[in-house]
Every structure is written in C-alpha cells, then in structure tokens.
Ligand binder design. Structure first.
Ligand code: ATP
Ligand code: ZN
Length: 226
C-alpha cells in the first residue's frame, strides 16, 4: 500500500514544445509555484499542487512508479509506454484523462519521395526507423506487415539517407523536416496532442479531492479555449 500523501504532484516537460503551454494551462487553473534552486521541483503556493520538471520520455514511468500523480505529455509518448507494457504482459496503471488541445502532431510513415505509394503491404521486408517501436509494431501487426524495426532515439528522418533504414515512422507537424530529407508522409499511425495522464485507480487519500478540484478547473479552462 503506497504511503498517503497530502499534495498532488504533476510532471511536466522541463524544456521543449510542451513546457510553456503546460505551465500556462496549469497557471490558468489558478496554480502558482515557488521554484526550487535546481528548477526541477516547483512547490505549489496557492494550492498543494507541486510540479516536477522532467524529460517528457520519463513521465509515463514516473506515473507508473507513483512518483507523480499526473503528467502532461504527448499521447504518442503515453501510448508508446502503454504498448511496451502490454507487450510485456504488464497491466496498465495510467491512462489519458483529458486531451489538452496543444502539441498537435501525427505519427506518420514516411517514404522516399520517389516511391509510388500503394499501401502498407509495400513495407513488407523493409527496415523502418522510429523512436516508437511499440506503436509501430502494433500497427504493423494490425496491417499484417512483416518489417524490421530500427530503433533510433533521435534524428530518425535522416536514417534513409544514411542507409540505416528504407523508410521512417516519425512525428510530423508541418511536414517541413520530412521534405528537407526527401521523404513524404503516406500513412498515419496515430494522431497526437498533449494530454493529461493520470492513474487508472482513484486516490485513496486527500489527493482525490485535490484531483477533483483540479479537473473541475481544467474543464472550465478547456471549455473557454474551444
Ligand atoms: P525532451 O528533452 O523532454 O526529451 P523531446 O525532444 O523529446 O524533449 P519535443 O521535441 O519537445 O521533445 O516534443 C515533445 C512532444 O511534442 C512530442 O512528444 C509530441 O507529442 C509533440 N510534438 C508536436 N509537434 C511535434 C513535432 N513536429 N515533432 C516532434 N514532436 C512534436
Ligand atoms: Zn523526449
């Protein structure tokens, strides 16, 4: 049984595309913080809701370990973690609680511009570079395509030019990066945006009431943004 806690802890990206909008959204819910010297932890002042500033990739794990109660993270990162867990036969402990309406992007298959795209079967036997092996494997299985997945943690779109892979499965927003690497998007594996991720099980202590209040405020703010 985890120890009772009387403050909520929310993990957000320390620096990157989601940091500023995540903080702005929480601030518009009436939260404010006193920052620690190392800027990793922000102590909630107006409400007992603290922030942990981390790499986005660490957020699903921090949630799963109960280090954080909520996280603001791309659906792509949350679902990748879930897909890997599922592959290991472990139960899901966190889930998407609310879509947040920023950080929109797609996880797309992109192929060399010269290809005439005829559908997923064209990927049979090919090498696909990605940072999302779990989501890609799930999609390949669904499409009944046998391909080899080349896991790269960054610079995925350059892999075909380097001869590391034939095609890529990467995040796309404007498509500019793909174009610059002579690739074109041909299929969408997932539509993503920033989401509030939280526990599957309800809180058994005062955090339950804090969470309800936070969600009520968040819903009010999100409604105004629509
Ligand atoms: P960190 O240092 O925290 O690991 P990162 O480089 O992995 O940072 P960012 O590039 O800031 O992360 O992207 C964070 C999230 O922003 C992505 O997981 C995705 O949900 C979203 N996003 C929106 N548009 C794009 C895009 N064009 N490319 C990559 N991510 C995007
Ligand atoms: Zn990251």
């Amino acid at each position: 049984v985890p120890a009772a806690r009387d403050r909520l802890r929310i993990a957000i990206q320390k620096s990157g595309r989601l940091s500023d909008p995540a903080r702005a959204l929480l601030a518009s819910c009436g939260l404010s913080w006193r920052e620690s010297r190392d800027k990793l932890f922000c102590y909630g002042e107006t409400l007992p809701v603290d922030l942990l500033l981390v790499r986005d990739d660490d957020i699903p794990g921090l949630l799963a370990d109960g280090v954080c109660d909520y996280g603001i993270v791309g659906r792509n990162v949350l679902e990748e973690h879930a897909a890997l867990r599922e592959g290991e036969g472990r139960p899901q402990v966190s889930k998407e609680v609310r879509p947040l309406g920023f950080g929109g992007c797609r996880l797309d298959i992109a192929v060399p511009e010269a290809w005439d795209w005829e559908g997923p079967q064209q990927l049979q036997g090919r090498r696909i570079a990605t940072s999302y092996p779990g989501l890609l494997a799930r999609w390949l299985a669904q499409e009944q395509v046998d391909a080899s997945v080349v896991m790269l943690s960054g610079s995925v779109e350059i892999a075909p030019r380097l001869g590391q892979a034939d095609v890529v499965c990467d995040l796309v927003s404007s498509g500019g990066t793909l174009l610059a690497n002579q690739l074109k998007p041909v299929a969408t594996i997932m539509r993503s945006e920033a989401v509030l991720a939280g526990p599957v099980q309800p809180f058994a202590d005062i955090r339950g009431e804090l969470a309800q209040m936070l969600l009520r405020r968040l819903d009010g703010v999100l409604r105004l943004k629509d």
